[in-house]
Design a protein around this ligand. Structure first.
Ligand code: RP5
Length: 161
């Protein structure tokens, strides 16, 4: 099945974080692809990916990067497909550098920016699912069930370990 979501990341080192988005898409039965596309190290790959994304049938792009995290913004400038940005946690500045790099886009080229790290990546998967579910009733039912299961897993009261 052709991928409807593209998960891209600046480095192999981002995969442990970005895998959280992939796990959500797996759980919801959403076809996706995962690629390393670096704004700085592979700019030609970024250009080609953005230029061909719509014609290849991608409907949402989840882009994760750390540090000088230009990948989500550059991708948003190259394609009209919605881009969800995931700031990857960094050692030097804990991912605040990534967050600021991704969130402060100029008017005209939006990136839907998630929280720093694994929770942000998982939420990127869920946001992508919500976007796709607008046109896919079967997926909408699976997403509703996923949300209900999460809600049901939360206990009423805390307990000692
Ligand atoms: C960014 O630089 C990547 O997104 C990654 O988060 C960070 C560090 O990359 P590596 O040096 O681990 O390859 O481009």
């Amino acid at each position: 099945m052709a991928a409807s979501v593209g998960i891209i990341m600046g480095s192999q080192s981002d995969w442990p974080t970005m895998k959280e988005a992939a796990l959500i898409l797996d759980a919801l039965g959403i076809p996706y692809e995962a690629k390393i596309v670096s704004a700085h190290r592979t700019p030609d790959r970024l250009w080609t990916y953005g230029k061909t994304a719509a014609e290849r049938g991608l409907q949402v792009i989840i882009a994760g990067a750390g540090g000088a995290a230009h990948l989500p913004g550059m991708m948003a400038s190259k394609t009209r497909i919605p881009v969800i940005g995931v700031p990857v946690q960094t050692k030097a500045l804990s991912g605040v550098d990534s967050l600021y790099s991704i969130v402060q886009m100029p008017k005209g080229y939006p990136v839907a920016t998630m929280a720093i790290g694994a929770a942000g990546a998982a939420n990127a998967g869920l946001l992508a699912a919500g976007i796709l579910a607008l046109q896919d009733p079967a997926l909408a039912a699976r997403l509703d069930a996923w949300r209900d299961a999460l809600s049901a897993s939360i206990p009423d009261e805390p307990k000692d370990d």
